[in-house]
Every structure is written in C-alpha cells, then in structure tokens.
Design a protein around this ligand. Structure first.
Ligand SMILES: Cc1cc2nc3c(=O)[nH]c(=O)nc-3n(C[C@H](O)[C@H](O)[C@H](O)COP(=O)(O)OP(=O)(O)OC[C@H]3O[C@@H](n4cnc5c(N)ncnc54)[C@H](O)[C@@H]3O)c2cc1C
Length: 433
C-alpha cells in the first residue's frame, strides 16, 4: 500500500461502496499466460476484458484489490475529452489528428456506457447529464464551444445562461453553463468489479494482493516475479497509473503522482434539494476545480483540490469545506461522513502514455483527472494492437514518455497550480469588480 494514503480512509470507502464484489485470490504458484496485465484499475481491467473477448488467455494482477487505485475511488463522472487542454493538443498535433483523438475520447464514453449497461445495470446504474459551470462571465467562449462541439462531433450540448444555471444551482458563484446529455456519472468501484467479473467469466485469471516486483526477459517472453510466484507471459501490459513504482524505472520517471480529494456528506434534507436541483454531475471552470454530484439520492459527494505532496494533509475536510462554502454558503456546516484521497498519474504533457517499451512490453497509463473514458479508450487501442487489429495506439505517439523533471518537476507542478489558482481568482475578481 502506498504509504501516503491513510488506510482508514480507503478501507472505509472501499467497504461502504462495494456491492456484489468478489474477492480474488493472491497468486501462490507458478503461472503462465499469454498476456499479463499488471494493475487492475480501469486501464488494466478494460484491457483484460477486451483481450478476453478477443480470445486471448489473460491474467491480471494487482498489488492491492480490484479498483483499489484511482479507478475505484474517483468522482464517477464520465464525459468526452482528455486531461490535457484541447488547445494544447490541437497546437501539438493539428486538426485531423486532434479530431481522431477527440472521437477516441468519445468512444471511451460509449464503451463505459455499453459495458456498465450490459454488465452492471443493478450495481452501477448510469445517471445521465453533465453540467459545466463557469465561475466568471464566460458567455462567448461557452457558446462557441457548444457550437463547435455540436457541429464537429454531432453532440447536443446546450448553452445555459446565468438565470438558467441559477435555476439548477443555487450558488452565488456561477455564471453560465454547458449541459451535456451524453455525459453521465456512476459508481466507479462497482463498475471495476463488473469488468473483472465478466473477464473472469470469459476465462481470465485475476489475482489480488499480488504485486509484480520484477520483470525480466526470458527465452519465450517475460518472467514477472511476485512475492510468492513467477509468471511466464508472452506479452506484458503495464497499467499501474499513479501508483507506478520502481518496476520499470523509465515509466516511474515519466509521470508525477498528483493527489486529489473527495468528501461525502451524511444524508441531507431540504438544504441539499434547494441548493442543487439537478442530478447531473457538475464541474466548474477552475483549473483543478470542484467536481461534485448527488449520490444515494440525498448525499453530496464533493471533490476538488490537488497537491503534489506525498502525505495527505491532515485537514482535507476543512480544505474541501472551504471551497464548498464559497460555492454554497448555505451548505458550509453539513456533516461529512468520510473523506478520502487518491493518486492520478500525470505526464508533463498531460496526455496518456500508451505505447510499447520494447517488443511485447506495453504501457497504458497517465490518464490524469479525466480517466474514466480515456482509460477505456487507451486500453482498447492496446488490445487492438496486441491482436493486430489496428495501430490506433500510434495516436498517442506525439506525446510519449517525457522525463517528469524529478523533484524540480514536482515543484514546477505545484507552482503552476498556484499560478492557475491566481489566474482563476483574477478572472473571478474582474467579474465582481
Ligand atoms: C479522487 C479522484 C477523483 C477522480 N475523479 C474522476 C472523475 O470524476 N472522472 C474521471 O474521468 N476521472 C477521474 N479521476 C481520474 C481517474 O480515476 C483515473 O485517471 C483512472 O482511474 C486511472 O486508472 P488506471 O487504471 O490508470 O490507474 P489506477 O486506477 O490507479 O490503477 C492502478 C493499479 O495498479 C496497481 N499497481 C501499481 N503497481 C503495481 C505492481 N507493481 N503490481 C501490481 N499492481 C500494481 C495499483 O494497486 C492500482 O490498483 C479521478 C481520480 C481521483 C484520484
């Protein structure tokens, strides 16, 4: 277990949320497989399932449990796009390549929708609607965005003016909004379990509490060591996200683990109903902004804030409540049931890292804070490459494994975050002034 995560948070969250779960054994004997997937988060489980559907003999292992990392404890909001800013991607790869990537991110949304509906209708129902709201006056940009997305990608985004936003969200902080009916939110941990169950049904082997400690070349493929066993595999896919350790130093040096935080309220009454009158997932325009939704019909799940610190701040709840109070002063004293954190994996370019380290040794990681749709899409491209069906994974080539900058990289990220916060404050202040 990563030392910076406080076990009490994770265990409480894991137990509270899980439904219809299966415990998978840890591996205690020699094992051989065609494809070994290391890391059973959304990237690893989706890759496992896609390969199992294609008839491969697949094994997935995780140091902890299914979905224990970011995948099982995230905000559960699913919408198109990547973690990197669209302008930056467009600038780097040009219009056609950008459009292909954007459509791939939409395909990721459709994949999650299809799998969740087919495999987990009871444990993981989808709540449709995604609302993005601006904390400053942003009419023109939001209108242009809706127009462009609708024309170019056939979406049905709806621009909401300030009054329309006010009818949905009783907050003094928000201006305009964009409502997407193709976005949704759901229960991410139950979704992970549904993927694992289906992969298992198709014959995939899944082992929990089974960390990969070394990977080496053998005559036929790879030998991967775990504390109690050795796994022979023809092909290896590394999907270890923000929890990537020293297994492959090149990967470890190519991403930064960034923490983000969520709190979940106790059941609430009228104060919640009168404050948030939509069931959509909500996110605001602040960089590393707030993301929240109503869950269980009467609880507020509120996420936000990022740090590069390797220990959780003692006062996560206080930090999140401060933001909540700015958005909804009337909710500032609501009782909080639990709070937790998780690690996202960010490359410097903020795009996923998907590709081959050497022949038959794949990586599929660094999906950042927009990871539910993108892990699915990235994992599918790797499965297609392994089966020889497509080389769509090359769409990620312009981004690649870039050195994370070590300790200086961490400092730079923290400084950039503070700069963004300052810019957000200035934009908001200009509106107020
Ligand atoms: C708090 C939080 C909120 C978020 N909210 C959203 C959201 O609302 N919408 C959205 O789209 N994205 C969100 N994200 C981002 C999204 O959750 C991630 O991008 C995505 O889940 C990453 O999936 P992954 O499979 O790459 O990594 P992970 O889910 O982190 O999985 C990696 C797994 O690898 C395992 N592992 C590591 N090393 C080894 C090893 N040596 N051997 C075996 N196993 C190993 C770990 O135990 C872990 O289970 C959020 C993230 C966090 C942390």
């Amino acid at each position: 277990m990563a030392e910076h995560i406080k076990p009490k948070y994770i265990d409480t969250f894991y137990r509270r949320t899980i439904s219809g779960s299966v415990n998978y054994p840890n591996l205690q004997h020699e094992h051989s497989t065609q494809v070994l997937v290391i890391g059973a988060g959304l990237a690893g489980l989706t890759c496992t399932l896609e390969l199992a559907y294609k008839g491969f003999q697949v094994t997935a292992i995780d140091t902890n449990k299914i979905g224990w990392g970011a995948s099982g404890r995230n905000g559960g909001s699913v919408s198109p796009a990547w973690s990197a800013n669209s302008d930056a991607i467009l600038h780097k790869v040009g219009r056609n390549h950008f459009d292909e990537l954007y459509r791939l991110s939409m395909e990721g949304v459709s994949m999650v929708k299809e799998y969740a509906t087919r495999l987990a209708a009871n444990t993981c129902p989808l709540q449709f609607g995604h609302l993005k709201v601006s904390t400053y006056n942003n009419s023109d940009a939001f209108m242009r965005f809706c127009d462009d997305q609708n024309k170019r990608y056939g979406r049905e985004l709806k621009f909401l003016d300030q009054d329309e936003v006010k009818q949905l969200l009783n907050s003094p902080r928000y201006y305009q909004g964009v409502y997407a009916n193709d976005g949704f939110h759901f229960h991410p941990l139950n979704y992970c379990h549904a993927l694992a169950k289906e992969a298992s049904r198709l014959g995939a082997n899944i082992f929990e509490n089974t960390p990969a400690t070394t990977i080496s070349r053998s005559n036929y493929g790879f030998k991967v060591k775990t504390p109690l066993a050795t796994i022979d595999a023809d092909i290896v896919v590394i999907c270890t996200g923000g929890y990537t350790g020293s297994l492959v130093p090149k990967l470890q040096q190519s991403f930064l683990p960034i923490a983000t935080y969520i709190m979940l309220s106790e059941p609430l009454g009228n104060e919640l109903k009168q404050s948030i009158k939509t069931r959509a997932a909500i996110g605001d325009t602040r960089r590393a902004g707030n993301y929240y939704r109503i869950v269980d019909g009467n609880r507020l799940q509120w996420g936000g804030h990022i740090t590069t610190r390797t220990t959780d701040p003692e006062n996560i709840t206080r930090i999140l409540k401060k933001e909540l109070a700015l958005c909804y002063p009337q909710l500032k004293d609501i009782p909080i049931a639990i709070t937790w954190s998780g690690l996202m994996s960010y490359a410097r370019h903020m795009m996923p890292q998907v590709g081959m380290l050497e022949n038959n040794l794949w990586y599929c990681t660094a999906f950042g804070g927009h990871g539910v749709n993108t892990t699915s899409a990235g994992a599918r491209t790797v499965a297609e490459a392994i089966s020889g069906e497509s080389d769509r994974y090359r769409l990620f080539r312009p981004f690649g494994l870039v050195w994370n900058g070590g300790q200086i990289g961490k400092v730079a990220v923290q400084l950039t975050y503070w700069k963004y916060q300052l810019q957000d404050l200035m934009k908001e202040h200009c509106n107020l002034g």
